[in-house]
Each structure stands twice: as structure tokens, then as C-alpha cells.
Design a protein around this ligand. Sequence first.
Ligand code: NAP
Length: 751
Amino acid sequence: MATPGRECEVLVVGAGPVGLMLAGELRLAGVEVAVVDRLPAPTSESRASTLHARTMELLDNRGLLARFGTLPNDVMGHLSGIPLSLDLDTPYPGQWKVPQTRTEAILGEWAGDLGAHVARSRELVGLTERAGTVEAVVTGPAGTATVRARYVVGCDGEDSTVRRLAGIDFPGHGTAREMIRADVAGIDIPNRRFQRLPAGLAIAARSRDGVTRVMVHVFDRRDTGRRDAPDFAEVCADWQAVTGEDISGGTPLWVNAFGDACRLAARYRRGRVLLAGDAAHQQMPIGGQALNLGVHDAVNLGWKLAAVVRGRAPERLLETYHDERHAVAARVLTGIEAQAALLLGGPEVEPVREVLAELAAYEPVRRHLAATISGLDVRYGADRDDQPLLGGRLAPVALRTASGPTTSARLLRDGRGLLLIPASDDDRKARLVRAVHGWRDRVQAVPTEAAPGLPDPVLVRPDGHVAWTAPDGTAGLTEALERWFGPSAPDHLTEGTTMDRLAGKTALVTGASRGIGRAIAVRLAAEGALVAVHYTARADAAEEVVATIEKDGGRAFAVRAELGVSGDVHELFLALEEGLKERTGDTRLDILVNNAGQMGGVAPEETTSEQFDRLFAVNAKAPFFLIQRALRNLAAGGRIVNISSGLTRVANPSEIAYAMTKGAVEQLSLHFAKHLAPRGITVNSVAPGITRNGNPVFDIPEAVEQMAQLSAFQRVGEPEDVADVVAFLASPDGRWVTGAFLDATGGTLLG
Ligand code: NAP
């Protein structure tokens, strides 16, 4: 598990309910996540205390409700103080009361159980995006550290540092009107639910422990310009002015003020920086919308970010996070603005309130308003009358599957997508199961008996929203799967083996058109990497390698550049970056294998200066400058493997110049290893012995027999023998090896 100070895949800034929910969602998908928070300990303030129906459903989808135990519920909500029943078609209608401290503790425990690490007393002070990484400068008790992450998510509240450092605009307006509130012990006043009096608005609610929460707003007060919390004397004075009651004999436990500020981030994403919760939207806390909206952001973002980080889905999936959640927040904020105007407005708003109260008595209007407040009416994307389920949430449904009774919530628990196939003819059922086969690592197909509320098969995203449904056939299913879950994976990647260690990674293998380079390219692609197959002369051979990789369900493209000539690195990177951008949306490179090389085969007496220079240019100079150039693209956790040779350890007079170049390659690995360790990049040399590479000499049995004697295993090496070693170094398993010389000679060097 990553700890701040080095590197992680996702850095979450802010350990409130939104940050912790997001951390849990990311861990569910196996993403390395670190959470930092400025506060030394969780806050003891309980700002938000209401969970709405949709939040309860989402918590149920993750099996979290049991941790909350039995919660008090009130099915009566309100619209700017006008009573409104929240009774709707959900197992969790109404408002569920739980202090924010408790919600935070439970989500923290869950995220922790899943392996998320929260580092407190850590403050973000800098944020810089470089190719494939965000560098976050974090100060803490032990000083300042740079955390390198693929993505940073600001869940750090309305004054978000992440938002400021990322330069994301936060348009809207500040506080014009405010309410002040206090938790007071030792007073005995009547409970008041939104009592509008001539001078202002008064709310009082006594809890079971005898503490009374009072909230008061004086109608004609505007723009207090407040920066600090009010003192208790101010609360008492306002309360007296509005209600005529004296509460100054009580003991204040907590006093604060909140205003009607309303702002919405212009973007929820800028490059590798994302915002969620109050960092993305500031609103007056009427009806506990802020916490709920923020948790919904986290659930919308978590699985998408995980899919992109894991390399299963393209970057553009993250754009749908902005599109979907920005639109939802804009609508919710409009509703809150309307409520704030009606709640804090003086006698002039009374007529509007009366008309609204009349309208809310009509069932369709009530349902509409209640669904908006409860977060149940969100529909992402298509608003199609012929497919009422599409885009909306799948209302929790009881199911009976081959393994017995269950619920849709339980089936969503592991954070994967779900294809529910209610009773349909066997042929369609089989076709649907087959259609989702290539995504079965990400989407679970579950045939069920007919279920009320589930007329047709539905593809459900991990956040519980319906991504596809159709009364018959499978039309559009593949498109929906690709859109939300990325391309289908070849069989060997969905069998639950370790063969997807490089999913989401990009690799460049030089000299990959044949021999050892070819085997390395094929192997890295089989592990899930997108591979750039470099060659110089034999385009047909390179294309054959790409075709072989694609036939097996992998991804690759060819790049041409002659190495050892002027402009070589530039030419190679032009083609490489173009190919990467086209396929991944950016130019991040995770793995560089410097494999291309030429042998000498000339006696020292006959080696010319030109031959010598050429060997050095191709074998030693090109790798140096390829690494130098790749530093712009290499992400944290990157890998560089330089192919050397056993001839740096065994003398062969006709290969002196060649062996000298390989000696240089080993120096390259050693020193770059030290240089790049702070970026989490490993650099190693792999030294093959005699390896079958398609050279005609390997067609001569006697020659092969003779060469085989050199290996302790009495055979010549196969390109795959070397490719496997490179794949290990390139994989997460190789993280602790850097600056090493790996003998891949089959024991030739044992003597
Ligand atoms: P190979 O079969 O000779 O293939 C060489 C590859 O490098 C080809 O893809 C070739 O591209 C490319 N290449 C050669 N010169 C290039 C240049 N100037 N610019 C761009 N690309 C160039 O090689 P191999 O035997 O598999 O060897 C791979 C690596 O392992 C080399 O570094 C070699 O020194 C090392 N090695 C090999 C052995 C062995 O026994 N095979 C032993 C020890 C070390 P084209 O196909 O387009 O020409």
C-alpha cells in the first residue's frame, strides 16, 4: 500500500465522507490510493446529519448499511420549510439521521479495511502535472514530501486547495444572507420547525441528550461579511429579536454560521486533477444536500477513475464524470437557491410560499419534488421515453437466481458492473451471456427469475445506473459495454490469472520486429500493455508482430526509426507519441525496453573506426538519448530495461567493440537507476546469452549443438526465455529491483 511521501496511483486530498467514500470505491477496484488530510484528527463537528434515500441505496450497494445499525428516520422532509412527504418507491424513503462524524468514521473504517491509507496532519501546498503524473507537494510533521500520483482528487471542501492549485474557476456568488446556529445545553424552549415570525426565521430542535440546536435568521440582515464563527452572545441577541425568548442562560457547545453562497466549479476535471464534493460545489446546507451530493460524486467517479487507472477504459471515461455530475449539481444548486430565497426571504416571499405549498399537495408535484430532494430522479444521458429505465438508477430489486434469493444491491457489492437477465427465452439468455463474455472480469452476468420492476435485461454500472436495456435482442449492448467498461479483454486476460499485470501500461520495445525484441513485445502485450513495436528496415516483419499481438486480443502499433543516425530519437518519438495519443488520449509511457542492437563479428585488427562508431551509435548512444527523451513521458512507477549481453562477462575477441558498447549499456542502467529512483522508475540491464534469433546459423544443427554447450542447461536460449525476464522487471513484481545486471544466459557465465 502506498504511503504519502513516494508514489501512489490516486492521491485523495481530504478525508471527509466524500474522500473516504472515493478511497473505498478505488480500493474495491484494487487501485493504490493514499488519502491526506490537513486535520490531525477527524473533525468532531457534525455539520451534516441527514442521509437521503439515494445515499442509503448506494451504501446498501456496498454492504455498508449494517455498519450504521438502526437509524432514526423521518419520512417527512420539507421544501424551504414547507412540509413535504418523501415517500417514494425506494426501500429507504425519507431522511435518515446520522451525525456526520459517525458517517465519516464508518466510511473511514470501510476504506481502511479495503487497504486505503489516511495520513493526517498533511497539507497540500503544491501541484504540478507532468507527463503521466501529478506531483503533489505535501507538508507534514516530518517535513515536505513530493507525492507522485497518476491522478489527484480534491475532496477538500469548499475552500479547496486542489481546486485553487489546479486553477479551476469557481463561479457563483458569495454569502448575502446567513443563518447562525448553536447547539445549546441547559435551555428549555419549544421545538420549532421553520417558524417564520415577523422579524425572522427560527428553528429549534431538542435532541434526546437534552441539547437543543437553534438556528436563526434575521430577515433584513444582508452581507455580514463574516469571516469567523459568531459568538454565543450574537446567537442569543438574534434569537431574542426573532422569538422574544432569552437563551443566554444556556451553555453553548458549538456555534457557527452558514450562508447562501452558491458556486459551481467550471470543470470537475482538469487533466489529471479532479474535484468531488464541496470542492466542486458550494451550496447552502438546506435539507442536508451537500453531503449526499458529494457522496454521489464519489460513487460516480470511483469506478471510472479505477477503470482508467487500471487501463481498462480510455481517459475519456473521466469526461463523463464531469458531464454527469456537473449537470446534476447545477440542477441541485438551482433547487437550493430557490429554497434559500423562499426560506430566508421576508414577508414578500409569503405569497410564493403559499402557492408552492398548494402545488406540493398534488401527488405528481410532490413526487417530483421529493425525488429531486432524495436524489432518486437523476438520469444520466439519454432521456428516452421508450426506455424509462435507461440512465436512471436501478431501483433496488429482490431477485431469485440459480443460487437462491438475492438483491440487486448485494450483486453490486464488489463494485463491478452487472448484467441482469430476468427470465427470457434460453436463446436470448445465452446470447446475452455470450455478449458480455469479454468483459466478465468487469461485468457479472446474472440470469434471474422474472422480477417485478425488472421487465427487461439491464446492464448496470457499478454506481447503480442503467447503461443499457432492451426488450429483445442484444443490439447496442456491445457499444454500451465498450463505452462504460472499455474494450473487451482476450480470454487469457479474463481468466483470473496474473496475466494482466501490465493492463493499462504502455511500452516501447526497440528492435521488436524480430528476435528477442519481438518476443518481448508479444509478451508485454499478452500481459495487457499497449506496445509500440519499433523497427527500422523490415516494416513487413514489424506489421507481422502487430498482427500476431492483435490476433491474440492485445494492442500494438509499429513505429519506424533508424537508430544511430542524426535525428533518430526525434523521429522515433514523433511516431511513438502520435500512436500513443491516438490510442490512449495521452503520451504517457510506462515501459521502455532498449533492445535494438547490432553485433560486430569483426576481429579487432580489422575493426574500422566507422564500424566502431556505428556500433556505439546504435547500441550505446541511442539508448542514452532514448532514455533522456523518454523522461518527459515516463510515469511514476515506470520501467526501463536495457538489453546487454553475456559478452560483458565472457571474452570473445571478435566482439570487443560490441562488448564495449554493452559495457556502456550496463553503466547506463546503473547511473540512471540512481537518478530515476526518486521518480519510482527502475532501470536494469538484462544480459542474454546465445539466443535463437532467426539468424541462419540457428538452422545448422551442428552449430546449434556447439552453442548449446556454452549454457549450463545445454541448450541455446529462446527469445521467450529473455522476454520472460524482461516481463518480470516490467511488472509490478519487479518494483524492488533497480540498477541490477540480470544474467539471462542460461548459466553460460557459470563457466
Ligand atoms: P536481431 O534479431 O538482430 O534483431 C535486431 C532488431 O534491432 C531488429 O528489430 C532490427 O530492426 C533492430 N535494429 C538493428 N539495428 C537497428 C538500427 N540501427 N536502428 C533501428 N533498429 C535497429 O537481434 P537479437 O539477436 O534479437 O538481439 C536483440 C538484443 O539482444 C540486441 O541488443 C543484442 O545485442 C542482444 N543480444 C542478443 C543475443 C543473441 O544471441 N541473439 C545475445 C546477447 C545479446 P529491423 O528488423 O528493422 O532491421
